[in-house]
Design a protein around this ligand. Structure first.
Ligand code: MN
Length: 160
């Protein structure tokens, strides 16, 4: 083999290894949580384990609350409503959102949900996969949340 050919092959091999390394790094980054796990949501408002991390606190300039919730598999909020509505941005995993009287909606990474003001609803993870959601609560001078009853297993599984 001519030495120039050998060098070319050696360079190709090095480049391939470099590409494989980069792919592995990207995949790891895509599945790592963005925010801290936070504090466990209170049992009177959640079924299962839901972890809340406040990101933007309420103040009189923005009147907006932003945070992240990680729902473990099977975990969900109680039924509740927001006086000024809520926007959810799903950043990982899989879950559900349901408005009272409507079918349960499946959520996945990248979905954006607008929950209208004073509409009764719940959100949470799927049975097998957890869900990461960012929540945005606007116009907090009108209030943030009104908590209601638990989401029963039958409601969660849509079996009634
Ligand atoms: Mn909500």
């Amino acid at each position: 083999m001519k030495s120039s050919n050998f060098i070319a092959i050696a360079l190709l091999a090095l480049l391939s290894i470099n590409c494989m390394d980069r792919k592995t790094t990207t995949d790891t980054a895509a599945t790592a949580p963005i925010f801290a796990k936070g504090e466990k949501g209170p049992a009177e408002n959640f079924t299962g384990n839901a972890w809340n991390t406040p990101l933007v606190g309420d103040d009189s300039i923005y009147n907006t609350v932003i945070g992240n919730v990680y729902f473990e598999p099977g975990a969900r909020s109680n039924w509740h409503s927001h006086p000024s509505g809520q926007i959810l941005i799903i950043t990982d995993g899989a879950g559900y959102h349901q408005v009272k009287g409507q079918p349960r909606q499946t959520l996945k990474k990248g979905d954006v949900v607008k929950c209208p003001p004073n509409v009764e609803h719940w959100h949470g993870a799927s049975e097998d996969t957890g869900m990461q959601q960012l929540y945005i609560l606007p116009k907090t001078e009108q209030g943030i949340v009104t908590w209601l009853q638990k989401v029963t297993d039958a409601e969660y599984k849509q079996s009634e």
